[in-house]
Design a protein around this ligand. Structure first.
Ligand SMILES: CC(C)(COP(=O)(O)OP(=O)(O)OC[C@H]1O[C@@H](n2cnc3c(N)ncnc32)[C@H](O)[C@@H]1OP(=O)(O)O)[C@@H](O)C(=O)NCCC(=O)NCCS
Length: 262
């Protein structure tokens, strides 16, 4: 068991407090994982927010090339977080290639925070943040991985905020998984550089893709998410328009910053 506690279950009729258990998943949990993934996919506000995994790929995450943390309420899986350890030659899932890592000893030491899903009735309990925190602690304890990466759609502002709050910075913005726009996020697991940036910042809306791509080309990194006051979304899919990413540059003078991918 990783953690137990209570959380709020929200339905259209009521909010109730329920007990939960967080634990590592094993292969017997695969049917529940696939069911929850299907439900989440059927309720997405934009179809390009999530890259659904086929059964066989999901399976290798469990104790082969990664691990999955799950949360249960009344013995039912209501949330999970995948971690994946990509192979050194895996051009699709080794995100080191996307952020400019070149050395074999870097490309061979990468972990990805891969997929995260929380059942709609249980959102708003910071379950993603809680599972990410436990996942990162475990990856660090394994003592084998130097670089941590993740991808997220710029239109998924909920998850962008969560990942930035977990110590990531935005290092790249590009098309991945054939045709899906993704930020590639990065953190160094041994020499974190949180806070080591210059005072000069530039804000860009999550939806202003071209300007963000241009800034990243100039060496800017995304460090924070700000809400734009007064934005009234026309629909839930329009929520991302109400947020902007704060971009800055690494302050090389402060020292201690790992330069592997710059
Ligand atoms: C990303 C995700 C896991 C975050 O869930 P979470 O941990 O419950 O999020 P938080 O607790 O930080 O939620 C903060 C607020 O945003 C809301 N929120 C979070 N995700 C939301 C979503 N997808 N749609 C609408 N509102 C959402 C919560 O209800 C909460 O609102 P409140 O403050 O009024 O209670 C969840 O949105 C999700 O499962 N999304 C679908 C799958 C996905 O896109 N995964 C990422 C790509 S792999």
């Amino acid at each position: 068991m990783i953690q137990t506690g209570t959380l709020k279950k929200k339905t259209a009729w009521a909010t109730q407090e329920v007990a939960y258990e967080m634990r590592y998943l094993d292969k017997s949990d695969l049917p529940s994982i696939m069911d929850l993934q299907s439900l989440i996919v059927s309720r997405l506000t934009r179809k390009d927010l999530l890259e659904a995994f086929p059964y066989e790929f999901m399976k290798v995450h469990i104790n082969e090339r990664g691990f999955i943390i799950g949360i249960f309420v009344d013995k039912e899986l209501i949330a999970f977080r995948n971690v994946y350890f990509p192979g050194i030659d895996d051009q699709e899932w080794n995100l080191g290639y996307d952020i400019g890592l070149k050395q074999a000893n870097d490309l061979g030491n990468i972990a990805n925070l891969q997929m995260i899903c929380v059942h709609p009735d249980f959102r708003g309990n910071s379950l993603a943040l809680r599972m990410n925190t436990k996942a990162i602690q475990r990856i660090k304890r394994l003592n084998r991985y130097t670089h941590l990466c993740a991808t997220v759609s710029p239109y998924n502002y909920w998850n962008v905020r969560i990942l930035l709050n977990c110590g990531f910075i935005i290092k790249e913005l590009k098309y991945k998984y054939q045709d899906k726009l993704r930020y590639v996020l990065y953190q160094h697991l041994i020499k974190p550089f949180k806070g080591l940036w210059t005072q000069h910042t530039i804000n860009k809306r999550l939806t202003d893709i071209d300007s963000q791509m241009a800034l990243i080309k100039e060496g800017f990194i995304g460090i924070r998410l700000n809400e734009i006051p007064g934005h009234i979304p026309q629909s839930i899919a329009d929520n991302a328009n109400g947020f902007e990413v704060v971009y800055s540059k690494i302050n090389w003078d402060q020292g201690g910053v790992n330069q592997d991918c710059w």
